[in-house]
Design a protein around this ligand. Sequence first.
Ligand SMILES: Cc1cc2nc3c(=O)[nH]c(=O)nc-3n(C[C@H](O)[C@H](O)[C@H](O)COP(=O)(O)OP(=O)(O)OC[C@H]3O[C@@H](n4cnc5c(N)ncnc54)[C@H](O)[C@@H]3O)c2cc1C
Length: 301
Amino acid sequence: MEEKAYDLIIAGAGPAGLTAAVYAGRYLLNALVIGELEGGMISEASEVCNFPSYESITGIELTKKLVKQVKSLGIEIKQERIIEIKKNKEFEVKTNISTYRAKKIILATGTKKRKLNIKGEKEFLGKGVSYCATCDAAFFKDKVVAVVGGSDAALTAALLLSEYAKKVYIVYRRERFFRAEPTWIKRVEENKKIEPLFNSNIKEIKGSNKVESIVLDSGEELSVDGVFIEIGLVSSTELAEQLKLELDDGYIVTDRHQRTSLPGVFAAGDITNNPLKQAITAAAQGAVAAASAYEEIKGKK
Ligand SMILES: Cc1cc2nc3c(=O)[nH]c(=O)nc-3n(C[C@H](O)[C@H](O)[C@H](O)COP(=O)(O)OP(=O)(O)OC[C@H]3O[C@@H](n4cnc5c(N)ncnc54)[C@H](O)[C@@H]3O)c2cc1C
């Protein structure tokens, strides 16, 4: 089995990992990015209006620009799944394809979509149930869909879906939207195709071969063709747990140099206990992590 050695392996190809790679490239480090989904979560954003220098850009465009910048610096991105990271003399990173070695690791594996865990959710995944409006909205032209959640991600999903679907319900357990940015709330309120259903939860997703209806906790059954679940994120801590890193409520604890509790391992982005989980803060932490790793590698060269 191939076992290539690097100065630095960056686990994760979202804004944190890719920005770390840009800095590593500028420092001329022999670095590798391993990330399953190029662009990470931001690749799913239909519209990003708060990343400095872009008044408005799609998540896919932003991803393409980041990936291009990383590759222009000679850094390779491997779309592989990391299964295990072990610390011996150096770090050994095992993926579904190969094994790599590195002096330092930056963990930037972000978060995963939270599941509703209700009847029908698993059965109808890909048959009307989706966790990505950007990926699937176009399949629901002139259909009726429901979005579950009340965050920015839920509201932007509903706005995007309203461009295709004839009707979009937002099923939200609270009495009003208070978590989302006021700009998104205003746009949802002004949109005639969107109907929020407050103080509501979905109990079951029903259908035969595909989604046909949802049952609310009030007992009401609504005919829908699609259900988009946007109820938040949970951190991807499997690798952090293997390395026995200090966690805070499931998120990696770092110091201001992005060092974790294990020497040689840095962490950046949504996987950390950073209070603002956004692309810009993930990118900033990625930059700091790469600079810190560089300082330690340079010190030993
Ligand atoms: C729909 C939506 C809209 C959003 N809109 C905005 C917005 O407008 N503005 C904004 O600033 N932020 C927005 N965000 C939030 C933003 O996307 C995140 O804060 C940001 O992507 C976090 O970056 P990250 O690099 O820390 O993690 P992520 O983007 O989550 O990337 C994690 C990376 O790690 C990889 N990975 C995880 N586990 C493994 C493994 N075991 N092996 C290999 N690879 C692995 C993933 O494939 C991915 O490449 C939005 C998020 C969503 C879901």
